[in-house]
Design a protein around this ligand. Structure first.
Ligand code: HEC
Ligand code: HEC
Length: 159
């Protein structure tokens, strides 16, 4: 028992350290490594990949979390306690990069200027590939997206 706990702890420490190193090496929009929260992973990873908080500013997350019962055509409603824990996690780890303050915050990562700029070289036929389906399907190309790693070295566009 003790040993298993110890190994889990060591693993957590290594993951945290790697996260810190990665975040130092990553480009803008990716500055916060791979923060995690169990409820966020479960609930926000149920229908799609759990989008890392660092890809949107806090006001976007607040707006998304306030409208979960009408979420991109789905009902993603949560009980109040879970919603407030996830909102706090998203806000704490949100992008702090300077961005235009809009009357209506952007709700899609894929509509942000940095996303469009980072992906300007992706060809239209690659977005339309059935293996990709949606630009929001990050993991189709970012082979290590699940661990929060979006480094360009781990991108592989399916053909
Ligand atoms: C019931 C299913 C469901 C659940 C649960 C869910 N979502 Fe979604 N979400 C969707 C659908 C459907 C889309 C649209 C996907 C697309 O356009 O490819 C979406 C899109 C998004 C997008 C926009 C992606 C982009 O950049 O285009 C964000 C951000 C998002 N969800 C955040 C969340 C968060 C945060 C949670 C947890 C609180 C959550 N989602 C839980 C169904 C869900
Ligand atoms: C169709 C494939 C594809 C999809 C889907 C995709 N990306 Fe990318 N992404 C790329 C490519 C290609 C690059 C550019 C890599 C390079 O600069 O060589 C990139 C670059 C990036 C970068 C910059 C990486 C760096 O090291 O500078 C980030 C961050 C990123 N994507 C996040 C996302 C997120 C978040 C999603 C989902 C919401 C997503 N991407 C969806 C293909 C994709």
């Amino acid at each position: 028992m003790f040993k298993a706990k110890y190994i889990t702890l060591m693993f957590a420490v290594v993951v945290l350290a790697m996260g810190a190193m990665m975040s130092a090496a990553q480009a803008e929009g990716t500055q916060k490594g791979s923060a995690s929260n169990a409820k966020w992973k479960d609930e926000c990873g149920a229908c799609h990949f759990a989008f890392p908080p660092r890809f949107l500013p806090a006001e976007s997350w607040r707006t998304i979390m306030a409208g979960l019962n009408k979420h991109f055509g789905s009902n993603a409603g949560l009980d109040a306690a879970t919603a407030s824990e996830i909102t706090a996690f998203l806000e704490k780890n949100a992008s702090t990069k300077k961005h235009e303050v809009l009357a209506k915050p952007l709700l899609r990562i894929t509509e942000t200027p940095w996303f469009k700029s980072e992906h300007r070289e992706v060809a239209a036929r690659d977005w339309k590939n059935p293996k990709v389906k949606s630009p929001a399907n990050c993991g189709a190309c970012h082979t290590k997206a699940d661990s929060g790693d979006f480094n360009e070295d781990n991108v592989k566009i399916p053909r």
